[in-house]
Design a protein around this ligand. Structure first.
Ligand SMILES: *Cc1c(COP(=O)(O)O)cnc(C)c1O
Length: 385
């Protein structure tokens, strides 16, 4: 087998020369905070999301938090979500004094099992927060059906889903509220950042207050040369979670390239899937549901036979310079969630089953075919031991 000199990391962002030049232009312009480039990024994102209003934030987490505030989630409320996600999804609910009510996942798609949502609804339920895990769109129709019948809001955690599509429609172009992340590990990046897509003007106003100190005008309006009025009012205590023009400068170029980058990710995912298909009893990739969808190709994840085997597998690959990650540990197993909400091991057997066995293989735009061949050969070697 060929020897790979460098470590193959799980994920690595691709940055074009144009992006670097744009960042330098912003640095030299004298304006680095939220300003014209952030506005440009927001209008390009809006175009990408079918003309819907898109607001940028310092992170996807900040966007999720502000979206929950905007829909009025407060102490004592409940928000239904999946335990099989990054902790940000539930942390933002807990931060507001509300309870994240977990609903178990499907063992094959790793997404929330919509059949179990209705039983988890109570008089305190305010919203459902599905997560498009790895970039595979959740089966949204039944979820919106429950939400419509019960008068609940839906905030889609679309951190993995830039460019994903459900039944022919891109995630973000329809539905209630979607929140995307531009963290460098995601499919497109702005170094750190995220955005919220929504329709209600009243909620847009609340988001912009939460994003910037509760001040009712943007700093750009106040200090740019066309500013009409330098006075402002503070109508609520808000956070400081705006995106900077430096971040947006990266984002505008990444957005131009994201469809091409996702196509490459899907090509590499298909290559993993095809080459390892004879091993599927021992190494079972995320299932393909029977509705029409486009996967963003954010993560390539698969299940091994047991937790011990998974841990051996990860160590075996690491020794051979291949980075992997076990995304995710189900959230109800973390001490804070157990102490605060009374969750315990055994509550969500499918999430635990997947959490013990899951592994994500390296997947990034710059992963080369020969590197991927090496990864697949190494996996075969592991199973031959
Ligand atoms: C990354 C991620 C977030 C948070 O996004 P940040 O931009 O890192 O704050 C939220 N939910 C999920 C599922 C994520 O993977």
């Amino acid at each position: 087998m060929q020897k790979v000199e460098k470590f193959i990391s799980l994920a690595k962002p691709t940055v074009s020369d144009e992006t670097i030049e744009e960042v330098v232009r912003v640095l030299k312009s004298g304006w680095m905070a939220t300003g014209p480039i952030t506005q440009k990024f927001e209008s390009k994102l809006s175009e990408y999301f079918g003309g819907r209003t898109t607001m940028c934030f310092a992170s996807g987490t900040a966007g999720l938090h502000a979206a929950l505030i905007a829909i009025g989630v407060k102490e004592g409320d409940e928000v239904i979500t999946t335990p099989f996600t990054f902790v940000a999804t539930a942390n933002v609910v807990a931060m507001l004094g509300a309870k994240p009510v977990f609903v178990d996942i499907d063992r094959t798609t790793f997404n929330i099992d919509h059949n179990k949502i209705e039983a988890a609804c109570t008089s305190r339920t305010k919203a459902i927060m599905p997560v498009h895990y790895a970039g595979l769109p959740v089966d949204l129709d039944p979820i919106y059906d429950i939400a419509n019948r019960k008068g609940l809001r839906v905030i889609e955690d679309a951190a993995h889903a830039v460019g994903s599509a459900y039944k022919g429609r891109r995630i973000g172009t329809f539905g209630d509220i979607q929140v995307f992340s531009f963290h460098p590990i995601k499919n497109m990046t702005s170094a750190e950042g995220g955005c919220v897509v929504l329709d209600s003007e009243a909620e847009q106003k609340l988001l912009s207050l939460q994003r910037f100190h509760g001040i009712d005008r943007s700093i750009w309006d106040r200090f740019s040369k066309n500013a009409s009025n330098k006075r402002y009012d503070v109508v609520t205590p808000g956070f400081k979670s705006n995106m900077s023009d430096l971040q947006a400068a990266i984002g505008v170029h990444q957005l131009d390239e994201v469809e091409k980058m996702n196509a490459r990710r899907r090509y590499l995912s298909d290559r993993y899937r095809a080459s390892l298909s004879d091993l599927k009893d021992r190494f079972a990739p995320q299932a393909i549901p029977n509705y029409d969808f486009v996967h963003s190709g954010h993560l390539f994840s698969a299940l091994l036979s047991s937790e011990t085997e998974r841990d051996d597998f990860m160590a075996f690959l690491k020794e051979r310079s291949i980075g992997t990650i076990a995304y995710y540990t189900p959230l109800h197993l973390f001490s804070y969630y157990q102490k605060t909400f009374g969750y315990k091991e055994g509550d969500f057997p499918n999430a635990e089953y997947v959490g013990e066995r899951v592994v994500c293989l390296p997947l990034s735009v710059d992963l080369q075919e020969d590197e991927q061949d090496y990864i697949m050969e190494t996996i075969r070697e592991f199973f031959k031991r």
